[in-house]
Design a protein around this ligand. Structure first.
Ligand code: AMP
Ligand code: MG
Length: 307
């Protein structure tokens, strides 16, 4: 999945658990990756219609519901534009507005038809990169539990899962990376949770004129999201949803992201804004701490907008 996985586990059959996790991640990558020619996703994208394995078809179905939920801010049919920009590829480039306009009509969940086989409208393609790591983390959580692991941390490129607490029973401390620096912007103490972060700082390329193009695209414009956020962290019991929402809320920007949380609920949220604020939801009040050298202005979000 083009990232590192770090796993620490205790209690139960840890050795078998870790082996099994490693096998599962490789297996999921081999079906879900857009850049592996033989994957289910590649087969669907090149042939336009394919009978998919269980994981790919259930994840694609889930992705379509997250797309509807987020009013299209998360949209796996963004793939043709991901390919056009190539931001995470070896040769990224800035396309012309004409090239972007030509592909924008291919974006939208209505172009995916799910039956026994999945069929895409002509020219359309899907990219599960915004949700695959969260789904993989969710599967890892199940494997760890099935092996009786009582205490573990799994980190898969911005997706953290903590199983139980630390071996001494106290919660794990998860560091939220400072998107503008090298240290942590916040620490959050968590047990049995997923914490998924999306941010423009993770993957980008810099054009010759110095403009930085970031890897999360706005499906409405077909261009890198012009977000007023540096990062979005979703903390939830559901790793897959947390991954979809972290990408979506980054695209939405501060105001729409906060409104989405207020209307939707069911997860905790940390937003780091480009103007130096760190916003967090009330459910994190007892869990979040500000590192000593951290310059962000911590602000508590309220369930209701201020009058
Ligand atoms: P994440 O790191 O989870 O935020 O996912 C970012 C990745 O998802 C990108 O590298 C693209 O492969 C893909 N992607 C980019 N923009 C979107 C979007 N608006 N909706 C869904 N997937 C996207
Ligand atoms: Mg994501």
């Amino acid at each position: 999945m083009d990232t590192y996985m770090v796993i620490t586990a205790e209690g139960g059959d840890t050795e078998e658990a870790v082996k099994s996790v490693s096998r599962e991640i490789s297996r999921l990558e081999s079906v879900l990756s857009r850049t592996i020619d033989t994957s289910s996703v590649s087969r669907l994208n090149t042939e336009g219609s394919a009978v998919l394995d269980e994981d790919t078809s259930s994840l694609l179905a889930a992705a379509l519901t997250y797309s509807a939920d987020t009013n299209g801010a998360f949209d796996v049919t963004i793939a043709p534009l991901v390919e056009l920009w190539g931001i995470t590829s070896d040769d990224p480039r800035v396309p012309s507005q004409e090239e972007i306009d030509a592909l924008l009509p291919l974006v939208g969940g209505e172009h995916v038809h799910m039956d026994d086989a999945v069929t895409l409208d002509t020219g359309c393609a899907v990219d599960l990169g915004g949700i695959a790591k969260g789904y993989a983390s969710q599967q890892v959580a199940d494997i760890l539990r099935a092996h009786g692991v009582t205490s573990a941390v799994v980190s898969l490129g911005g997706n953290v899962y903590v199983c139980g607490g630390k071996p001494d029973g106290t919660p794990w401390n998860v560091g939220i990376q400072d998107p503008a620096g090298s240290g942590y912007a916040a620490m959050v103490s968590l047990t049995d949770r997923f914490a998924v972060t999306s941010g423009g700082y993770q993957r980008y390329f810099e054009a010759e004129d110095g403009t930085v193009y970031r890897h999360i695209l706005d499906p409405r414009t077909g261009r890198p999201a012009d977000s007023d956020l540096l990062s979005v962290t979703i903390i939830s019991d559901d790793g897959t949803a947390a991954d979809a929402y972290s990408t979506a809320l980054y695209v939405m920007g501060e105001q729409e992201a906060v409104s989405f949380w207020r209307a939707h609920g069911g997860f905790e949220l940390i937003l780091i804004t480009a103007d130096g604020r760190l916003l967090y939801t009330p459910g994190l009040s007892d869990a979040i701490t500000k590192p000593e050298d951290c310059a962000y202005d911590f602000q508590l979000l309220t369930a209701q907008p201020a009058a």
